[in-house]
Design a protein around this ligand. Sequence first.
Ligand code: GUE
Length: 296
Amino acid sequence: MSAKIIDGKAFAANVRAQVAAHVARLKEVNGLTPGLAVVLVGEDPASQVYVKNKGIQTREVGMNSYEHKLSAETSEADLLALIAKLNADPAVHGILVQLPLPKHLDSDLVINSIDPAKDVDGFHISNVGLLGTGQKAMVPCTPLGCLMMLRDHLGSLSGLNAVVVGRSNIVGKPMAQLLLGDSCTVTIAHSRTKDLAEVCRRADILVAAVGRPEMIPGDWVKPGATVIDVGINRIERDGKGKLVGDVHFESAVAVAGAITPVPGGVGPMTIACLLANTLTACCRAHGLAEPEGLTA
Ligand SMILES: Nc1nc(=O)c2c([nH]1)NC[C@@H]1CN(c3ccc(C(=O)N[C@@H](CCC(=O)O)C(=O)O)cc3)C=[N+]21
């Protein structure tokens, strides 16, 4: 038996179509156009590609995209001044500061200077606290995308054993909160976890977010489990560049019940959820009903 492959690319296209339909209605009925500002500091080529893709997809769903490209030497004061301007701009409903920032900038300080209501990454301490206490928050895009795919595949997650491998603030920790919110029994594992293989084998839901190419082999996967691979690792194989996840796909696909591929799994859902969050932020800013099925 081979696992069902969860098509994140198709799923993301469907989410974007739902967002586009809501945006069209907002324009027609309320005269509103959601706006997303993306701030990129420095010239990292991978980041430039992501930011370009975000801009294209933002415009495709009918939203306004505002791109701010700053030099790698930008001072913290100048960056904070730009964020203050975006916070005050009523045309901007979402603000994303592309991470990682150059080393001379304090990313915690920068992120926490964003108006929490416009923090479409969900990284501001207010949103982290709101999510952790089950209150209405902006939810980080990658875990939100994972949750949508899990709910779609499994229906109810209630009572299932979920193991999240990875404890980052951007994926592991918020993912665990969302799974807990859907009544999973949640374990957060990481590189220091004792008997990591055994812990993984107990998972009905296994979320891999460690950033180590193919570190989770098929024999760590419980037969029939749902495997969500958040890793996006660029490796060199047979003299060619290749994108692989944190899960060893070929061995895991033979054991799992369902699995997300890399590329074409979680990655496209991350951008789709960024657009969903921008729409949600716009609706909240104007006291309008939130889009159903596009929030946690
Ligand atoms: N403030 C902030 N928020 C972010 O959400 C954020 C960030 N900073 N910094 C960088 C990471 C990375 N990230 C990705 C989004 C989509 C794909 C994606 O669509 N990947 C495609 C393939 C891409 C390729 O071929 O390179 C896929 O997995 O199928 C990947 C990575 C968002 N990030």
